[in-house]
Write a protein of this length. Structure first.
Length: 385
């Protein structure tokens, strides 16, 4: 598929590029406070996003959002990826965090209680799936939801839950029928202040994220909080993570481009032994490698997003977007760091943060070993005898 961006998407990309270059990157080292944006920066940038007409990008128009397709959102994520100003795991300055599960699967009563307050900014949410013994193998979760009259009683532990300490409610994947494997996994809305729900701790990570451990100890939840039907939870989680894998790839494109910009500029300015670094083949070749990866990856990720918008199945394409995107983004950051030498190790430059972020992204939301294993099964199916 030879994809040419429509004019409106090129204009949006150019607008975003100017915004990131002129109004965000100059402040990227000062915008953080712990794992989150400082309130003054969030307020300023959110207001600016609304002025630019790029707001609530993944919220359907019927709920007051822009209803952007996945290709348009990919362009937004790519431009965001060029800066370390935003938390890599939750860079939400273009509208409140809208989950595909909230938008696509809630009934009207659930929308009134959970979706619309998120749209208005009154509530925050988190997706509670990962567990101590169920990371890449999401079907192996052990948290249970046992029907007891008109309630479910939930017991289990969730780990690495981004935004868990600030969430007003969780979308919790849990086993409702242990005999059915993945088809026995359901998704239930759980209020954070429910008795039996405890945020145990925030875990410090190398990418400055602070995900949470959350315990569910006989937490009683009304049966009307079940999303969809029993057994739909794994399907919903896969919908969420498929889009997330494309987001990983898109963010990596931004990292690759930023690394090229910084490497080329620094190599022309920095002199060693009387000559600019840019004159040296040992510096030129890593930049060419980054450029080649960028030009190879962008069509894959854009085309995958366009296929999704056209209603096609992108499961396997999304695996490639994440596996190759995160891998190539990390390699770009590593090459850039090597070009900068000692300066690349300092927090004076954004290189070390890009390196830490991309190394982390190779593990979160599906480590590359799991993705390669799954892709191998598809390769054998397609090309085997």
């Amino acid at each position: 598929m030879d994809l040419e961006l429509p004019e409106e998407l090129r204009l949006m990309r150019d607008t975003l590029r100017r915004f990131i270059d002129n109004e965000v990157i100059p402040y990227e080292r000062d915008s953080w406070e712990g794992p989150d944006l400082k309130p003054e920066y969030r307020e300023k940038w959110e207001a600016r996003a609304q002025e630019l007409g790029i707001w609530q990008i993944d919220l359907p128009e019927e709920y007051g959002g822009m209803g952007l397709g996945l290709l348009a959102r990919t362009i937004v994520w790519e431009e965001i990826g060029r800066t370390i100003a935003f938390p890599r795991r939750k860079p939400w300055i273009f509208g409140h965090d809208m989950s595909p599960i909230l938008v696509s699967y809630l009934n009207e009563e659930q929308r009134e209680k959970y979706l619309y307050p998120v749209v208005s900014g009154e509530k925050k949410h988190a997706f509670a799936q990962t567990e101590p013994d169920a990371g890449g193998d999401a079907a192996a979760i052990r948290t249970t939801a046992v029907r007891n009259g008109d309630h479910y009683v939930i017991n289990g532990m969730k780990r690495f839950i981004t935004g868990g300490d600030s969430a007003d409610f969780f979308k919790v994947t849990c086993v409702t029928d242990p005999e059915k494997g993945a088809r026995g996994v359901s998704c239930i809305l759980v209020d954070a202040d429910s008795p039996g729900v405890t945020v145990l701790r925030r875990q410090e990570t190398m990418m400055d994220d602070q995900p949470c451990e959350i315990a569910f100890d006989d937490a009683r939840v009304p049966v009307e909080n079940l999303i969809g039907k029993e057994g739909d939870g794994f399907k919903m989680a896969q919908h969420w993570i498929t889009i997330g894998r494309v987001r990983h790839g898109a963010g990596a494109l931004g990292v690759m481009e930023r690394c090229l910009e910084m490497s080329a500029s620094y190599a022309q300015q920095r002199k060693t032994f009387g000559r600019p670094l840019a004159d040296r083949q040992a510096v030129q070749w890593p930049m060419v490698d980054i450029y080649a990866d960028l030009q190879t990856m962008r069509p894959l990720i854009y085309n995958t997003a366009a296929k999704f918008d056209a209603g096609e199945d992108i499961r396997w394409d999304s695996y490639l977007c994440k596996y190759l995107g995160d891998r190539k983004g990390y390699e770009a950051a590593d090459r850039c760091l090597q070009i900068f030498g000692g300066m690349g190790l300092t927090t004076d430059m954004p290189v070390e943060k890009l390196w830490r972020d991309m190394r982390s992204m190779m593990i979160t939301e599906g480590p590359e070993e799991i993705l390669r294993m799954s892709l191998a099964q598809e390769v054998l199916r397609r090309y085997g005898d």
